[in-house]
Design a protein around this ligand. Structure first.
Ligand SMILES: Cc1cc2nc3c(=O)[nH]c(=O)nc-3n(C[C@H](O)[C@H](O)[C@H](O)COP(=O)(O)OP(=O)(O)OC[C@H]3O[C@@H](n4cnc5c(N)ncnc54)[C@H](O)[C@@H]3O)c2cc1C
Length: 196
């Protein structure tokens, strides 16, 4: 039997779970195909759980800041806390690397995210360190940690409440175009959708 959807998502880690929620929220008929017997047991479960706006590429800064804002109010929408704790990230900038960090800081500031340039004395008030070879520091007070496993499960639950279906022990074995649609082969039979 062939099952047809608007979108197929391969993998129920935090990325697949979040995408499933966003698409189901927009009314798409979504199937999530997960190879393992449970979701979010691979990289998502092994992550050190850090979230930060301190990136050098604008796209990463914007994605992370959007995520942090969602994690802050996660409980209001998903009924469970994301585990977000803004413990802050302190970067110690080595001498010789000032220009790259100044560029990253300028990108972050142009996007309006919370980040500051600190002198060594200011940084030492946050954490003690040997200042030898350190030029300056950058501090992201909204950077911190979340609970990725819990967040992935919350996205999946919300997606399923909006009609998304999760198929565990259903690995993608092979995929190919068939006209306008993708056909994904799994041990549980074929799935089709215009988008994978
Ligand atoms: C040790 C470690 C520390 C990390 N620390 C951080 C951190 O501090 N901050 C941070 O932002 N990121 C961190 N990361 C990276 C972060 O964990 C990953 O970027 C993120 O979890 C990726 O999510 P994902 O959903 O793409 O992948 P995964 O969570 O790996 O999910 C992929 C899913 O796809 C399934 N799958 C695979 N093949 C198939 C198939 N053929 N068919 C169906 N399903 C399939 C897998 O079973 C799995 O469930 C860390 C990663 C590791 C390993």
């Amino acid at each position: 039997m062939e099952r047809s959807y608007d979108a197929l998502i391969i993998g129920a880690g935090i990325v697949g779970a979040a995408v499933a929620y966003r698409l189901a929220e927009r009314g798409l008929r979504v199937a999530v195909l997960e190879a393992a017997s449970v979701p979010a047991a691979q990289a998502t479960a092994k992550s050190a759980a850090g979230v930060r706006v301190q990136f050098s590429e604008a796209v990463n800064v914007r994605l992370s800041w959007a995520s942090i804002k969602e994690y802050r109010t996660f409980e209001e929408v998903f009924g469970v806390s994301s585990g977000y704790r803004p413990i802050g990230y302190l970067f110690l900038v080595p001498e010789g690397a000032e220009a790259a960090y100044e560029r990253a800081l300028a990108t972050q500031k142009s996007l309006g995210v919370p980040v500051e340039r600190l002198t060594l004395d200011e940084a030492k008030k946050l954490a003690d360190f040997d200042p030898e070879g350190v030029a300056f520091a950058t501090w992201g007070p909204a950077d911190g940690v979340i609970d990725p496993h819990l967040v992935a499960h919350a996205y999946l639950k919300a997606a399923r409440a909006r009609g998304a279906e999760l198929f565990t022990e259903t690995p993608l074995l092979q995929a190919g175009r068939r006209g306008e649609a993708w056909r994904v082969e799994t041990p549980a039979g074929p799935f089709t959708a215009p988008v994978v």
